[in-house]
Write a protein that binds this ligand. Sequence first.
Ligand code: GCV
Length: 690
Amino acid sequence: MPLEEYDDCWLRYDRIDEGDRPASHRRYCQHAYVSDGAPELGAVRDELRRGIGGLLGREPHLWHHPPRTVDGFLAIGTPDEMAVVRDIVAVETVESLADGGYCMRTGRWNGADCLVVTAPTDRGLVYGTFHLLRLLATGRPIDDLDVIEEPATADRLIDHWDNPFRKSVERGYAGQSIFDWELLPELRPRYEDYARLLASVGINGVVVNNVNTQLPPRESANPAHDELEGWRLLETRSLEKLTSLAGLFRRYGIRTLLSVNFAAPMRIGELDTADPLDPEVEAWWKRKADELYERVPDFGGFLVKADSEGQPGPYEYDRDHVDGANVLARALEPHGGRVWWRAFVYGSHEDRAVQAAETFAPLDGEFHDNVTVQIKNGPIDFQPREPVSTLFGAMPETNVGCELQITQEYTGQGVHCCYHVPMWKEILEFDVDGEGTAVTDVLGDEGEGIAGVGAVGDDYNWTGHYLSQANLYGFGRLAWNPDLDAETITEEWVRLTFGTEPAVVETVSDILMASWEATIKYTTGGLGLMHMMDNGSEFLENHYDPSPEEWPGYHGATADGIGVDRTSAGSGYAPQFRDPVAERYESVDTCPEELLLFFHHLPWEHELEDGTTVVQRLYDNCFEGVETVRELRADWASLEGEIDHERYRHTMERFDEHVEHAAIWRDTLVSFFYEHSGIPDERGRVPRAN
Ligand code: GCV
């Protein structure tokens, strides 16, 4: 009986029949010569055993020296460790690659065919190995390879919103946290498999605890939130636990980071202030950083939510975010650590959309080099669709990071199928200055990166919904290479997860690709409305059901129209963009329809480009969204017998609930639109009052 049971996700390595796979797989993969030394190379060997053993039915013979009598072998190592890789890939080519980059090339050496995987760093060898195994698992030939890969952005992080000691996960829909801080430093087998999943898609950092490190003083806080103790992870007695986890992640090239509490010098230390300009506070952070690095030499750094939703910050001392971030940065700097300082602030402006840029843009250029300002993709909060944050174009002199949400807080949580990759593509490709500078270009330098709010929990299937695993996979692949198109990532995930049968690949891919648009339609009506989810009586259980009446400030519905004026005549979000982007949003005529009501308050009968009125389009979209979900359910049903029963059945149950819940959304929204507008649906689908 295994210690723990859980799904293999996309690292299944199911045996492929000899006749169904290219001959090159066996030719190059029966013998492998892997250098040793670094912990990452142990991970490489283990993965080759698992992967090749599973896919080909026999583990490779692992050589310590290059085989002389074998024609066809795999060699994995850095150029300075292996003559064979130096002879097949020029050293300068390898050395020019960014950390994490790698080359894979076939060639001849000593009269034998061989395939080399090489990289300037051991972490790159891990990524190269996973890439090779991905080719094998998806049935691609490997006899003529010439691949050079490097990550588009330096840091690719998963931010866990896990509450240590409680084991709960804020906005987690897959059970409790996989991290057991009571048990640590003892390690669970699951941690290693988690590290493998992350490394296989190029993730190189994990923040292990929630940005909410203490109870925020909210009226609606529930008892589950009362004991948030993430701040305790900085205590000396917790560091042994962190050390053990960090050692495990290190083997897969992943650095460990912590969310810290800005008031730690008071909560953990004996100080009576956390004022960032107080010399004793400065000294406290330095001592703490030294202590941490003594145990975890490759510690990644701190993530901080300050002066946001009740978390402490520099404002209490009349200091600003620069003062706050820089004191931590100075402590981490000698050790190569980084501060990820979140720009998620709201509460002081009537329209929260404008606040982050008003607060942070004036501070551009003042943050230390080892500070990254971490910006949520949009100005509100991970809505099904919202415009891109203006901050990406407003801090040219600052390292910035983009925060995306993998977990589906506002997109159906653990029940709805909503694939985020097409949304992330739209965000990452957004042209911030109208001159072709995409969000990804802004994230390209050293010290910049992408963080995804994690989705995994202790459930058998990791993410609550089997299809949500695709969001974790897709996040990693896009963070590595934002130029990959959504279809490629999707097909790759489906083939790895459900096998290569064409009908299955096509059906599952189509379901995923259609799901986000459908979610937008029934949860917002499209046209740029958002945040019509319930606030709930239970803080952690909200944002699932529809409740548009609760949020007049977000949708702006009145008897005469709907939408919020965020132009220069309104709250001023549109003019925070750089021209010509600002101009495009400013005018009703040029604002893209999918964001129209985010930027403009318009009469219900305002005519859209095709002559449909606003209210009619909202009705139509709500109905269409639910119709699509019904079709997705039917498509999934067609897979019965084509995939294993457990995953078929579980996902089918989710679709049953998804269809029902999407219809509740539709009925609530169309009734709401009808009640405010008084205009009936011209197609006679009479809205039902709730
Ligand atoms: C971690 C939203 C979420 C909170 C989350 C917060 C944040 O408000 O609902 O659960 O807290 O964003 O990103 O800090």
